[in-house]
Ligand binder design. Sequence first.
Ligand code: NBP
Length: 482
Amino acid sequence: MNAAAANIGVVGLAVMGSNLARNLASREGNTVAVYNRSRTKTDELVQAHPEAGFVPAFSYEEFAASLSKPRTAIIMVKAGGPTDAVIDELVKVFEPGDIIVDGGNAYFPDTIRREKAVRDTGINFVGAGISGGEEGALLGPSIMPGGSDESWTTLGPILKSIAAVAEGEPCVTHIGHNGAGHFVKMVHNGIEYADMQLIAEAYDLIRRGTGKTPAEIADIFAEWNKGELESYLIEITAEVLRQIDAETGKPLVDVILDQAGAKGTGAWTVQTALSLGVPVSGIAEATFARSLSSHPEQRAVASILPGPGTDFAVDDADAFIEDVRQALFASKIIAYSQGFDEIRAGAAEYDWTIDLGAVSKIWRGGCIIRAQFLNRIADAYAEQPELPVLATSPYFADALTRGQAAWRRVVIAATQAGIPSPAFSSSLAYYDGIRADRLPAALVQGQRDFFGAHTYKRIDKEGTFHTLWSGDRTEIEAEDTH
Ligand code: NBP
């Protein structure tokens, strides 16, 4: 073993860790120390990639000794207990000023807890969201690091060297302190859920409304990919729809079981949004749609719960397809607007300074939601950093205004045909909610005051009021109890 030969180390050499280690080793100036709990993975990686010049270590002590100071190690192990186990070991062999990075899919409150615990030792702990899957780890992911400013000084150049590059800029930025990086990665995944569900609803409506085949719809998506919807998800949708199953000769999409899986990041995004009081209805509906799909015992009820009983066939297929395209774009704007609203609220709650425009820029490459569209989000925040709702920025407001008639026609058609379009329709309801002059929330406040004396405010004077509902129903000034 070469003493202190490496400037960066990776712990955990399963698919993500070994790809990230290879990516690091391929960049000028990096020498990479590698360690895995069980020796075989280390041996296999080092043998398979002699060109990488890895410095293998077979104990945490050896690993620490192979790193130059400040020591910097990226953990890529199974999220949860394994991450804590590795941190405990690294803390024993690292010194104050060294840096431990967790690149796994940690839940951000865990990252906040870990950062606090590790800080007491003088070692820096950085939770970094890494997006882009296996290929991203190898060729260039989008990276969302949290942690201290001090650790960013050392880590920044290393992460910039391995990140995806979009329009000449590396897809990494220091998101904010402690758990900010993993928080933003969580919301990224939530937005990904919404985007995927919206695309799936668009496909379903076109197929059922026009009778086009999956291959024909693949061509439609490929065409859409040349315009304002241009994105990785639209691109791969066309690929999936075009695929023919070798065994049956049918479109693959027709032989795949219609039960969507989930690894939990969508649920975290929604749970967090509920705690923050942020309406991420598109992300929530996308997450619930996966849950609904995965309960076949509940879905076997077609004979008990009939639909509208009419065939769904649109008169003008081309016009309908264009309507669906516009509904998709409008709903997508809402999904991103809601996601950025959650990041804004999270930053306020956890005292992070997050540059929302910079976040949108680092998602332009390497990650699943990469898209041209993200430049427009960056522009919106550049013009108005304190923008309260992304959807109200001039570019997006204009797109929503132009698209709303089509959006409404699509939701009406889906409703009348009995085709579920939860993400399309909830996005439209949100749009109508934020632009409403008055909401029936006034009645809800009246109900709350009636049964729980929760009080209400009035539109015409200051103060907090309660009506004596079980008395003479006069109004009194009251303490504000919400
Ligand atoms: P896995 O999540 O399958 O984890 C396997 C690794 O964890 C192995 O190296 C294993 O060592 C190690 N490990 C375990 Br399990 N328990 C350990 C312990 N107590 N101490 C030390 N090491 C332990 O690997 P992966 O699929 O490469 O994912 C790594 C991380 O990246 C995860 O957090 C995952 O959620 C995340 N991820 C992200 C993306 C993405 O797109 N961003 C995709 C996939 C995964 P062993 O070899 O000795 O068992």
